[in-house]
Design a protein around this ligand. Structure first.
Ligand code: SAH
Length: 549
């Protein structure tokens, strides 16, 4: 579970880390400038808490219960579909479940309390009396009707007794007022119909819908099939489809609509006994609840992401999400480190920067097996980075399982844009991006492009401007540029932009020598119109106007 442990001060960090022992996937979020060493920092407590709540993220707030209540109060209209929200005393001495009674908040309160060696402040009557919330059955089971359930539990609290029909091991743990001749019945049954007035029906998730023919009517057809077989919709554990149909969007839409996991199996997979043979799907029924995770595989996902120049504020939120969800991370070691915080359960595959195609193929192999994979580049993945290699690997492959992977390219702020923004707007008019590396293209091509870009009066951003293995290329490139631009032309040198050692320098083309540049520098050569003026705090602003004359 991907809970957020939210803390306001340094004093709470130790308790937060203890809680992570119970929830290894949870992340500790600390208030900016107040907390050092959290997994993530936030600037505004109220906005952050409300965003987490809206996103359905379980919240463990290490602060006064009142603060949490006041903060979430405006959102508390619809109870029923809310995430668990708990307040925990900073020193770990108290655990108060606040919201999300049907989302398992009391279960979490018990787990946290056990971890902290205290008693949880459980206030739900039914739960106190019976030892668990009957209206929030464990995974593998679903309550048929919440309103009827509430009446049922309140009858029990009023002194009524019940009998149990059907079987669920977790019921044995509860302390229920059982009686042979009780008027109330708790029935564990996959059937939908015939729910009596004094009955609590809990459906075990024991049915699989094995799709054989995909069409847009699938959810409706499956609902009808279940009804025909006398089975409740909530007894559906998963949608199963052949592996060769992995990329079919109608399948994922159907699974989302039916709110069940989608799993893929080989044609000859063995499934539980068939109970209904439909035109486009078969229903299979097991004896006990099914764990969807143990059937076949999910559709794997490959996210090719750009971290931006370095600072986490410069990373788009979709990239952070992809990183958080990834099970495998591939990339040059420096970039994988830049992607932190990562969890212990995420596998890092660090490789040398040069093995791009090999890394791309490895990523597809992992994703085709059902893993969620992130391939990491700095800046933008499509700018002299991994996205093109990933595309090429897929283009070259005829493996249907590779083509079945859910592939997404998530953009990032490229070094040229980050460096330009720091300097002002040197790329405010037409510009081009050129890598000076001749590892993958002939040097003559680079010379031709520099010559033409120079003649066209384009501003230019040079990536990979120089390295130990390529010591002379930058000098030669500048010679070509000088045929077209005066020595007064402005040059921006951005080094380690967005990283702790960030340095920005503005020089003229006349002053520029290759010694000012290294492989961590992005070089912007201005056009004939690029100009500068002093900044109030020292140094210059540089920009290229949008007009031409
Ligand atoms: N995909 C990356 C570029 C990779 S090529 C992007 O879109 O930014 C590597 C080159 O990018 C480096 O040699 C350097 O010229 C430039 N670069 C990357 N990150 C940089 C940073 N933080 N500051 C300055 N230049 C950077």
């Amino acid at each position: 579970m991907r809970a957020a442990i939210v803390i306001l001060g340094q004093g709470a960090l130790a308790t937060a880390r203890r809680l992570q022992g119970a929830y290894p996937q949870a992340r500790v979020m600390g208030l900016k400038d107040r907390v050092e060493g959290a997994d993530e920092s936030y600037a505004n407590f109220g906005e952050t808490l409300r965003r987490l709540y809206r996103d359905d993220t379980p919240i463990i707030a290490l602060c006064a219960a009142g603060i949490v209540i006041r903060t979430l109060a405006p959102l508390l209209v619809e109870k029923g579909a809310e995430p668990p929200v708990l307040a925990v005393a900073e020193d770990g001495s108290a655990v108060v479940p606040l919201l999300g009674g049907l989302g398992g908040v009391n279960r979490m309160a018990r787990e946290i309390a056990a971890k902290l060696n205290v008693a949880p402040a459980i206030t739900t009557s039914g739960e106190l009396r019976f030892g668990a919330c009957l209206l929030d059955p464990p995974p593998g089971y679903a309550l048929a009707d919440i309103e009827q359930g509430k009446r049922f539990v309140s009858d029990l609290l009023g002194g009524d007794t019940l009998r149990i029909e059907g079987n669920a091991p977790w019921l044995d743990e509860l302390d229920l007022p059982l009686a042979e001749d009780a008027a109330h019945t708790l029935r564990i049954d996959a059937r939908a119909e015939g729910i009596g007035q004094h009955e609590l029906r809990i459906h075990p998730r024991i049915v699989l819908a094995h799709v054989t023919l995909v069409d847009s009517q699938l959810p409706e057809r499956i609902r009808q099939g279940l009804a025909q077989a006398g089975l409740a919709e909530a007894s559906l554990a998963a949608l199963i489809a052949p592996r060769c149909r992995m990329a079919d969007p109608a399948l994922s839409m159907a699974a989302a609509e039916l709110n069940v996991p989608l799993r893929f199996v080989e044609q000859d997979a063995t499934l539980p006994a068939e109970v209904l043979h439909g035109d486009s799907f078969h229903l299979h029924r097991a004896a006990t609840p099914l764990e969807a995770q143990s059937i076949g595989q999910p559709r794997g996902r490959l996210s090719v992401i750009g971290l931006g120049p370095g600072a986490s504020d410069f990373m788009i939120p979709a990239v952070r999400r992809a990183l958080d969800e990834a099970q495998d991370l591939l990339g040059y070691e420096t970039y994988v480190k830049m992607a932190e915080p990562l969890r212990d359960d995420q596998v890092r595959h660090c490789t040398d920067n040069r093995e791009e195609m090999q890394r791309a193929r490895h990523a597809f192999e992992l994703a085709a097996s059902g893993r969620r994979v992130a391939v990491i580049s700095s800046g933008d993945p499509g700018v002299f980075a991994m996205a093109a290699a990933v595309m090429e690997a897929l283009h070259e492959s005829s493996d249907p399982h590779w083509h079945g992977v859910e592939l997404e390219i998530l953009p990032g702020v490229s070094a040229a844009l980050a460096a330009a923004a720091k300097a002002g707007a040197p790329l405010g008019h037409d510009f081009c991006l050129i890598s000076l590396s001749d590892n993958l293209k002939p040097w003559e091509t680079i010379e031709t492009r520099l010559d033409h870009a120079g003649a066209a009066d384009l501003a230019m951003a040079f990536y990979n401007p120089i390295s130990k293995a390529r010591p002379w290329q930058l000098g030669r490139a500048l010679e070509i540029v000088r045929h077209h631009r005066t020595p007064e032309t402005l040059v921006v040198l951005g080094r380690d932009i967005g990283r702790p050692a960030e340095a920005l320098r503005v020089v003229t083309l006349g002053e520029l020598v290759p010694e000012m540049v290294d492989m961590r520098t992005l070089v912007i050569i201005g056009s004939s119109l690029t100009r500068r003026f002093p900044r109030a705090g020292g140094g210059d602003w540089v920009y290229t106007p949008r007009w031409y004359r």
